[in-house]
Design a protein around this ligand. Structure first.
Ligand SMILES: NC(=O)c1ccc[n+]([C@@H]2O[C@H](COP(=O)([O-])OP(=O)(O)OC[C@H]3O[C@@H](n4cnc5c(N)ncnc54)[C@H](O)[C@@H]3O)[C@@H](O)[C@H]2O)c1
Length: 346
């Protein structure tokens, strides 16, 4: 029986608890330590039977895990990850990869100079539904993609906003939620070249946006639109309809739509539309559906992280550079909304 890879968790908050749970269920990895300065962190470590350190530096001084999961607040992702990379320890860094594009670039450079694996926690890429969608696109089943739409509409309860940071810039649904949808579009359609956007805080009246829409231009030439609102009574969001998150009741609707010259695809139901005969809007369209096995993306993400650690995989499904591209497009959306201008990405 091969040894389980010892993985340290840095930051034992909301998503940290998901990582603890998946580590405890894993046949290939185990939680070996937690770094978190809070009493709650110590309690979680105690319950899991692993040591707790007040900081990742203390943890690194005491032990050398096979990998580290960085699930701390955004601004700390890169400084923490850099210390692990310098020690030769692979990292799974939660999304967004960094608080700023400059920080994300530092991580990309460090990954390249140390040659130590970095996986970014855009977990939806590990969902078999999204992987099948990518396969259909790669096989050319849609022809050339011309346009895509992603929706993320939901109603957050008032209690969610009791934490001050959730009412302030950077704590809103663009960087917390929509970044996942932008990453999905990047995964499927490639790099974003330019962004136009509007944001509104008119409903909740907080400093941070409650609603935003944007138009994206991809380097491939495809165009996309994205919409997010945390104040809408509406079911169109991946978290509801893909069934990834048991805490949200599941809705039988779609949230993502991709239109190509020879076919189109809705997600997550994986309906593929095309013309079997005449290709014209006067002809009947044919709809086919691919079934995929449901699988927990966080479990698959952890397995992929172990593959990277053990050298069974060499290319991360979401690299630091991928995380940088998604972050840059998401921050450009903010920028475009504030400036009322088109923001071009390098
Ligand atoms: N992939 C996903 O589905 C998903 C979901 C939620 C959050 N996230 C991301 O995970 C990160 C954490 O989010 P959260 O909601 O769990 O936040 P949280 O506030 O619930 O948890 C953060 C934890 O980190 C600890 N912490 C803070 N600074 C630290 C440091 N320097 N060293 C060690 N521990 C430290 C805090 O004490 C806290 O326990 C964010 O970047 C967020 O965007 C990802």
């Amino acid at each position: 029986m091969p040894q389980k890879a010892p993985i340290a968790l840095i930051g034992a908050g909301v998503i940290g608890r998901t990582h603890i749970d998946r580590l405890q269920q894993s046949s290939r990895a185990r939680l070996c330590a937690i770094a978190d300065p809070t009493e709650a962190g110590r309690a979680l470590a105690g319950a899991a039977g692993v040591p707790c350190y007040a900081s990742h530096a203390e943890l690194l001084a005491a032990q050398r895990p096979a990998g580290a999961i960085v699930a701390t607040p955004n601004a700390t992702h890169v400084p923490v990850a850099l210390d692990f990379l310098a020690a030769g320890v692979p990292v799974l860094v939660e999304k967004p990869v960094a608080g700023t594009v400059d920080d994300a670039r530092r991580l990309v450079e460090a990954q390249s100079s140390h040659g130590v694996p970095v996986l970014v926690g855009h977990h939806r890429r590990h969902n078999p539904i999204l992987q099948r969608a990518r396969q259909l696109l790669d096989e050319g089943r849609l022809g050339r993609v011309v346009a895509a739409q992603a929706m993320a509409t939901f109603l957050k309860p008032d209690a969610y906003f009791e934490a001050t940071w959730r009412r302030q810039a950077g704590g809103g649904p663009v960087l917390i939620n929509l970044i996942h949808d932008i990453d999905m579009l990047c995964f499927l359609l490639g790099e974003v070249r330019a962004v136009q956007a509007f944001a509104s805080s008119a409903t909740r009246g907080f400093e941070v946006e409650d609603t935003a829409v944007a138009s994206l231009q991809f380097a491939s030439g495809a165009l996309g639109t994205v919409m997010v609102s945390d104040t809408a009574t509406a079911p169109w969001c991946w978290d509801f309809c893909a069934g990834e998150q048991p805490q949200y009741p599941r809705q039988a609707v779609n949230s993502h739509f991709i239109a190509g010259t020879h076919g189109s695809l809705s997600l997550p139901d994986l309906s593929l539309w095309h013309y079997a005969g005449d290709r014209s809007w006067h002809a009947e369209m044919t709809r086919s559906q691919t079934a995929v096995h449901a699988a927990d993306p966080y479990t698959r993400q952890l397995d992929h992280f172990v593959d990277l650690i053990e050298g069974h995989a060499t290319v991360p499904l979401c690299s630091a550079a991928d995380g940088l591209r998604t972050l840059a497009a998401t921050l450009a959306l903010h920028d475009a909304a504030v400036r009322g201008a088109t923001v071009a990405l390098g």
